[in-house]
Every structure is written in structure tokens, then in C-alpha cells.
Design a protein around this ligand. Structure first.
Ligand code: MG
Length: 192
């Protein structure tokens, strides 16, 4: 079965939620951490993709690991400022992000809120009780995103990322669909 017919079988409609990773999914990954809005770069057609997803899904939720905070490379205030401005741009182009959840703790602590653990999704469901994980899609560029989605019984979409080469086989084994960008996923959902 090809990607398009597989995705059609999911039956995405406005009762569905899209969970999105941030770095490498919405914006370009940085060398190190994105500490200021000035270093935030949307990926090609990411804004258009979010505009399209807004019409197809009931909710759009960003879940992002940001250990740069507990490394003291970026402050909570600066991160929130980046998210505020990102949402502002997306809204200008008729894209609606319902909420952004981030986890500041270091990877080594394996926080229950840090992907692949599911805490941020539970927070989202607490804030938006209509969210059903079996009617949700997780899109992201790393193994932890795909594992996060799997841990919750979501559909998973992997944005192919050469930096994940060491995890490539494992990701391909467990993800539902591989694409090269959010926009490609959007075009696979849209019936043409
Ligand atoms: Mg990422």
C-alpha cells in the first residue's frame, strides 16, 4: 500500500489532532541551540503546511524537547518569546497552533515529560480533553518523536533526517510513513 492510500485509511478529519515536533520539523535545526528569534528559520513550505493542517485537523500541538534551558544556554523567557513570534507569523498566514509544550530538562534525567516519554501529550490532553491519541498523528524528524507517537498509539510520520542515520533502520521499522517535509505529508493527505 502506498503512503497516500495508507493515510486515506486513517480517516483524518477535524476530530483528529496533529502533534508536531519543532526543530527539524517546523524550523531548521541549528548548530547548538536556537537562543533568539533572529536565529529561527522556518523550513521551506512549513508555513504553508501548517496553514493546510489547520484546515484538516481539529488541533495542532507542538511538543519540543529544549534541554538548552537546563544547560543554561537559553532562558524560559527567550524560548517563550521565540514561540510567541513563531505563532504570530503562522497566524498571519492563517495557521493556528493551539499550544506549545516544551521540556527543559537535560536528556540524562529522562524526565517523564521529555520525548520519547509521553508527559507533554498528557499535559495537552489535560488542557484539551477532546484529544484522542488513537486519532492523532505525531510528525517529527528523530527517533524520539516516532517513539513518542508510538508510545501513545498515534500514527507516526517521520521527516527523513540524515542526522538520524544511526537510528535510521529502527525508525523505518516503526514509523507509519516517511516523508521529506511537512508539506509532503500535507500533499499526501489532500485528495487531489
Ligand atoms: Mg526535531
Amino acid at each position: 500500500m502506498n503512503n497516500r492510500s495508507q493515510i486515506r485509511e486513517w480517516g483524518i478529519d477535524p476530530s483528529w489532532t496533529l502533534f508536531l515536533d519543532r526543530d527539524g520539523t517546523i524550523n531548521e535545526r541549528a548548530v547548538g541551540y536556537i537562543e533568539k528569534w533572529e536565529s529561527f528559520r522556518f523550513l521551506a513550505q512549513a508555513i504553508e503546511a501548517i496553514h493546510g493542517f489547520t484546515k484538516l485537523f481539529g488541533r495542532l500541538i507542538i511538543v519540543t524537547n529544549q534541554q538548552g534551558i537546563d544547560k543554561e544556554l537559553i532562558t524560559h523567557e527567550d524560548l517563550k518569546d521565540i514561540h510567541y513570534r513563531m505563532i504570530d507569523v503562522l497566524e498571519y498566514y492563517d495557521g493556528k497552533i493551539d499550544a506549545v509544550y516544551y521540556e527543559p530538562s537535560l536528556a540524562v534525567y529522562e524526565s517523564p515529560r521529555r520525548k520519547p516519554n509521553i508527559g507533554m501529550a498528557l499535559d495537552a490532553q489535560n488542557d484539551f480533553p477532546e484529544i484522542e491519541f488513537r486519532k492523532s498523528v505525531m510528525i517529527g524528524d528523530t527517533l524520539s518523536d516516532i517513539e513518542f507517537g508510538r508510545n501513545l498509539g498515534m500514527k507516526t510520520v517521520w521527516i527523513d533526517n540524515p542526522m538520524e542515520n544511526h537510528n535510521r533502520e529502527r525508525i523505518l521499522e516503526i514509523c507509519d510513513v516517511k516523508v521529506d517535509s511537512m508539506f509532503t505529508f500535507l500533499s499526501l493527505i489532500n485528495v487531489d
